[in-house]
Design a protein around this ligand. Structure first.
Ligand SMILES: [Mg+2]
Length: 428
């Protein structure tokens, strides 16, 4: 029997604020960071997981991971799948640590890192990329990964099972399609708010030449510069789909008023127009700005908030985050909820390792849960992929299906040496 014998954490930070990569209306100087966790075993493989932050406080996530670590130490590696929902419940329902959340904030980010590491270990042990490990499960096994507590008024296990069973016979055809065509993606990294106009124009042209056909820009500093930014993007990309992201900067009424000025640009969605906790505010904005869609979720702290966003008809696009939700198990819960409501899942990515993570989740969504690519596109930002042993690959604006065993967050040793905070060469 192989066991998890210990848990190491590592504070990994990339100095992206030096170039203003990732800058938006609220987060003006992010240092893309990962609170990494390594699950040591007495077997062949180590599980690697992380949660994403933008710099300061990444060490708090590492400390929280260590507080939760006793829940996983001693587990049988070969039995990780058998009681995955139970393990998730034990992590999120720790009788004392849950007071720090529950299921939100630093403690939930730490849960995500540990859960993601457990899944990495399970996938490496099975010799499969994570998406395939999940896509090879029976409908009963897949739905069995979800903790349905707090969801059963809207979605229970039996209904979820019906949904997943209906798509099981045709999974292989969708896998073959994705292997041939890739998964549709859009590009964010041409339009960071701190970039000057010339740089945005140059990056957009280069992206078009690379085959990108869907773009997002940041907005929310002042109306005049947002209008100018959208004009510039339209000049470069013509009628291709364009989205805008306000990163929570507006009040509800302000969002509605501001969006009137952006009406001429035919935006596909406005992302995070207000507080991520304001379900009814999003619903009000959605009613007012249609036919522009409303997208949110990268800061939606758990499946309950997604449940309410969907119940309140507050979103047109469901933006799961691989590290804000409590890892793979809770993401599956939200994929099922979104499928029930017929709302497309368009994951949040970028940052550090988020593209590497969500490519697996989008594949699982299409192959096992939604069965549709309609109106779906997964975020991509072209930063920091050089640090990964198995980086996310994009061809002609679509994610290439990953093949390496595991969940794709492994860093090169040289990158660990460079990015470890504060001792790494990038920080000394
Ligand atoms: Mg965003």
């Amino acid at each position: 029997m192989t066991r998890i014998t210990g848990v190491r954490t590592l504070d990994v930070r990339a100095p992206t604020s030096r170039t203003l990569a990732g800058s938006d209306a609220v987060h003006t100087d992010p240092d893309y960071s990962g609170a990494y966790v390594f699950l040591e075993t007495d077997g062949e493989h180590e599980g690697v997981g992380m949660t994403f932050t933008i710099g300061a406080g990444n060490d708090l996530c590492c400390a929280a991971i260590q507080l939760l670590a006793p829940v996983v130490v001693g587990l049988d590696v070969d039995g990780l799948l058998a009681d995955s929902a139970g393990l998730w419940r034990r992590l999120t329902n720790h009788s004392q640590l849950r007071w720090l959340g529950p299921e939100k904030g630093v403690i939930h980010l730490a849960t995500a890192a540990l859960v993601n590491a457990v899944w990495d270990l399970a996938a490496k042990t099975a010799g499969k990329p994570l998406w395939q490990l999940l896509a090879d499960l029976t409908p009963e096994e897949l739905v069995g990964l979800v903790d349905f507590r707090y969801l059963t008024d809207v979605l229970d296990r039996d209904e979820a099972l019906d949904l997943v069973r209906g798509l099981a016979p045709t999974r292989a055809a969708r896998v073959a399609e994705l292997r041939r065509d890739g998964y549709p993606a859009y590009l964010t990294s041409a339009g960071w708010l701190g970039y000057p106009e010339d740089k945005v124009r140059d990056l957009t042209r280069a992206a078009l030449a690379d085959g990108w056909s869907c773009f997002k820009t940041k907005v929310g500093v002042d109306v005049a510069s947002d209008v100018r930014r959208c004009e510039l993007m339209r000049e470069e990309i013509g009628d291709l789909p364009l989205m805008a992201d306000a990163n929570q900067v507006w009040d509800v009424g302000q969002a509605i008023e501001w969006m009137r000025h952006l009406e001429p640009f035919g935006l596909r969605w406005i992302e995070e127009p207000t507080s991520p906790d304001d379900v009814l505010g999003h619903a009000a904005i959605r009613r007012a700005v249609a036919p522009v869609g409303v997208a949110t979720g990268e800061h939606a702290m758990n499946r309950v908030v997604f449940k309410q966003l969907l119940q309140a008809e507050a979103i047109d696009y469901c933006q799961i985050d691989a590290c804000r939700l409590g890892g793979v198990n809770e993401v599956l819960a939200v994929l099922l909820l979104a499928a029930k409501f017929g709302v497309p899942v368009c994951p949040h990515a970028g940052g550090l390792a988020l593209c590497e993570y969500v490519q697996h989740l989008s594949i699982v969504d299409y192959v096992c849960v939604s069965g549709s690519l309609d109106d779906r596109t997964t975020e991509f930002a072209d930063h920091l992929h050089e640090h990964f042993v198995h980086p996310a690959l994009v061809r002609d604006g679509r994610y290439v299906v990953p093949d390496a065993p595991g969940y794709s967050a492994d860093l090169h040793p040289a990158s660990i040496d460079a990015l470890t905070f504060p001792s790494g060469s990038e920080w000394r």
